[in-house]
Design a protein around this ligand. Structure first.
Ligand code: SF4
Ligand code: SF4
Length: 283
């Protein structure tokens, strides 16, 4: 079985420096690569883009970033929309939009359900990030976005599909919009940071009228009387449960500390992350 390219992107590692966005601009603006792409226009294209999500509210708030680009789908809707063989899938998995055959085929832009294709008005061609195929074909072993990322958020791997499936299962990778059945070759690690919610809270104890942090308390998350997860409050008494589906209903936390007693709290999770406040332990 042939080895094919896949890109693994770790959402937890991206800090929005935008080096990958700029490197793609640097590579393609004003540069033509015959057989691969026409030059990218100076403005308006984001072949590699960065999505942003803020989660939570004070004092439990964080921001996450997710690079998005052409997914090099194995069942690519753009290929079906293209005429005259303007889009092809190579044996190594890379989807290529031919800069000559695709001329004038603006409808290809709307065929991508990920919004990964941009229309080049100057050249009259549709364009997308093509996995730096022009560099890989010259012997590069990694893409420019991977080379320039200071946090190692990208990892391209050329492996057989069976091996990629093993990596995906082992590392809990996900793809964008799996329900479409497009079979993307860009896989995301820690994608829950963009799609799911956390609930956080603080455990406190009354010490002679002063509210103090309660570390090392056991916190159990339950739904419908069933335990879903458990954790321990940290040095500041804080706890957090992540990867909860949006709008997933009523939950309860049961808190117990050998030193300071117990407490519980109920909450409903809507479409956003939740800080449920300070929960006071009592004997
Ligand atoms: S270069 Fe790396 S850290 Fe910077 S925006 Fe791109 S993926 Fe994120
Ligand atoms: S992400 Fe869009 S442009 Fe890329 S292969 Fe899939 S359908 Fe085509």
């Amino acid at each position: 079985m042939a080895k094919k390219w896949n890109m693994i992107v770790d959402v937890a590692r991206c800090d929005n420096c935008r080096n990958c966005f700029l490197a793609t601009k640097d590579e393609h603006i004003g540069n033509e690569f015959p057989g691969y792409s026409a030059p990218q226009p100076e403005r308006g294209h984001s072949w590699v883009d960065i999505k942003r999500r803020e989660r939570g509210s004070w004092p439990a708030v964080e921001a996450h970033f997710m690079p998005v680009m052409c997914n090099h789908c194995d069942d690519a809707p753009c290929m079906k929309a293209a005429k005259d063989g303007a889009i092809t899938k190579r044996a190594d998995g890379i989807v290529l939009i031919d800069p000559v055959k695709s001329k004038g085929q603006k409808e290809i832009v709307d065929a991508c359900p990920y919004g990964a294709i941009y229309w080049n008005e100057d050249e009259q061609v549709p364009q997308a990030w093509f996995f730096d195929a022009h560099l890989l074909d010259k012997g590069w072993d990694k893409t420019r976005i991977e080379q320039c990322c200071p946090t190692n958020a990208f990892r391209s791997v050329k492996v057989e599909d069976r091996e990629m499936q093993r990596i995906s299962e082992e590392e809990g990778l996900q793809v964008r919009k799996p329900e479409l059945g497009t079979k993307p070759r860009v896989h995301y690690k820690n994608m829950h940071l963009m799609t799911h919610c956390f609930v956080a809270g603080s455990v406190v104890v009354d010490a002679d009228g002063v509210e103090e942090c309660a570390p090392d308390a056991e916190v159990v998350l339950e739904q419908d009387g069933r335990e879903l997860a458990r954790t321990t409050s940290d040095t500041f008494g804080d706890f957090r449960f992540d990867k909860l589906a949006k709008n997933s209903g009523q939950y309860r936390v049961q808190i117990k500390s050998d030193a300071s007693g117990s407490a519980s709290a109920s909450f409903e999770l809507g479409g956003e992350c939740l800080y449920i406040g300070a929960i006071s332990l009592a004997n």
